[in-house]
Write a protein that binds this ligand. Structure first.
Ligand SMILES: N[C@@H](CCC(=O)N[C@@H](CS)C(=O)NCC(=O)O)C(=O)O
Length: 421
């Protein structure tokens, strides 16, 4: 049987699981993209031309049909088994109920649950009042669902449908990282239901095991952006100076006032053009083996007046627990470094094991200081940035192994990592 098409997404992504589990239930072949890099591959002009919202997952049928929304893709794949697809409704009422549960999971539950769990695993900044509201909404939804499931095995009818698959995938993150044993007892029908769905062989074929949350993580270290606080305090202290009369006059006829010179987007754009183009490096790094090819390219082209190297270390390693949570913390930090993408490249690695790990890595920055595009990121203050001499043999070896995610110069065993490019 020929493949239905390609699902563009990283393999480990709860939204992509929806379509993959549906295809697995129906034994429908679906091509996957194991090398897909979120935030990179969905930002290429080629991807955006096909899927303008740039969201992941996205589906591209062998017949050219394109679709971009995880639940819509799952529903579409369910429909490929024909009008009496076992995962779809058999009556108008069942179909409407399936839609009811899918839409409510996406609109009422998922935003609240992501805003509840995200700040605890470092995906989102922790803002106490917003977190409280999200938690209330999450728990209220789970309470309602618990009542719905009191005397039901599945959401609609007597068999599993696409609604169960969508909801179970949306429940993975809270069950892994938020709902403790006590919560699972409180929402016992939801827990029984979740376990039933994820233990189906077709589900297990895609997501073999889901470790349930043992201890709810504490909110990630609060953002300590002292610079912004100080700047705000300074602004508040400063009395507004009376403008000189001439300046006041000039304000009146706006058309007569000289136009201010256009503001440069970044101070870094005023630096002399670099001899090495950062995008050339990023492209070479992405398309070649890091050692020896990419690092040899780097040392051959590196422009030490245009760029500087920085060792980056997380300040609160003793608060880190699971490897995947530390890596999520790095992912969250990189998301908030978006403004720096044009001026920075780096790798942050998670080294060690669960309950004993550290975040460590190297960045290459445009210019000789850490630019405001980096210092403005909410969690910048949670990391130590130390300028280093890349010509020092030990540092050079560390940079190479850090960028390669392997090697004897890493201070501890490699567990996971992320590249900022
Ligand atoms: N409603 C959409 C949401 C998709 C979505 O937000 N996906 C995330 C990844 S899980 C994404 O594309 N993030 C990248 C971005 O927003 O640039 C769906 O369910 O497919």
């Amino acid at each position: 049987m020929t493949s239905l098409g390609t699902l563009h997404a990283p393999l480990a992504n709860f939204r992509a699981y929806k379509a993959r589990v549906v295809a697995s239930f129906l034994s429908l072949p679906l091509d996957l993209t194991p090398d897909f890099v979120l935030h990179t591959d969905n930002r290429t002009s080629e991807y955006l031309a096909k899927f303008p919202a740039g969201k992941v997952p996205a589906f591209e049928g062998t017949d050219g049909f394109r679709l971009a929304d995880s639940s819509a893709i799952a529903y579409y794949i369910a429909s490929k088994a024909g009008a009496d697809s076992p995962l779809l409704g058999q009556t108008a009422e069942e179909t409407a109920e399936i839609l009811q549960y899918i839409l409510s999971a996406e609109a009422d539950f998922l935003p609240a649950s992501l805003s509840t769990v995200g700040p605890l695993i470092g995906f989102l900044p922790f803002i106490k009042p917003a977190h409280q509201v999200a938690e209330e909404q999450t728990l209220s939804y789970l309470d309602g669902l618990n009542r719905v499931l009191l005397d039901r095995t599945f959401l609609v009818g007597e068999r599993i449908t696409v609604a169960d698959i969508v909801l179970a995938c949306d429940l993975i993150l809270p069950f892994r990282a938020y709902l403790t044993d006590a919560d699972r007892r409180q929402f016992r029908n939801v827990t029984r239901y979740f376990k039933t769905i994820i233990s189906q062989p077709a589900f297990k074929a895609v997501v073999p095991s889901i470790e349930l949350c043992k201890e709810r993580p504490k909110p990630a270290t609060p953002v300590k952006n002292e610079k912004t606080k100080k700047e705000k305090a300074k602004k508040a202290e400063k009395p507004k100076a009376e403008k000189p009369k001439a300046e006041k006059k000039a304000e009146k006829p706006a058309e007569e006032a000289p136009k201010p010179a256009p503001k440069p987007k970044s101070k870094l754009d005023l630096l002399p053009p670099p001899k090495m183009v950062l995008d050339d490096w990023k492209r070479f790094y992405s398309n070649n083996d890091t050692k020896p090819d990419a690092v040899n390219w780097l040392w051959e082209h590196f422009d030490e007046e245009g760029y500087s190297f920085w060792k980056v270390e997380y300040k609160y390693n003793d608060e880190l627990t699971k490897i995947f949570m530390s890596n999520n913390l790095v992912g969250g930090f990189f998301n908030r470094l978006e403004r720096a993408r044009k001026y920075a490249f780096g790798n942050l690695l998670v080294l060690g094991q669960d309950s004993n790990n550290q975040i460590w890595g190297y960045f290459m920055l445009r210019g000789q200081e850490v630019p405001e595009e980096v210092t403005d990121a909410a969690d910048y203050e949670s990391y130590t940035w130390t300028k280093v001499d890349h010509k020092d043999p030990k540092t050079k070896a560390e940079i190479e192994d850090c960028f390669a995610w392997e090697g004897s110069a890493l201070p501890r065993e490699f567990a996971d990592g992320k590249t900022f490019k």
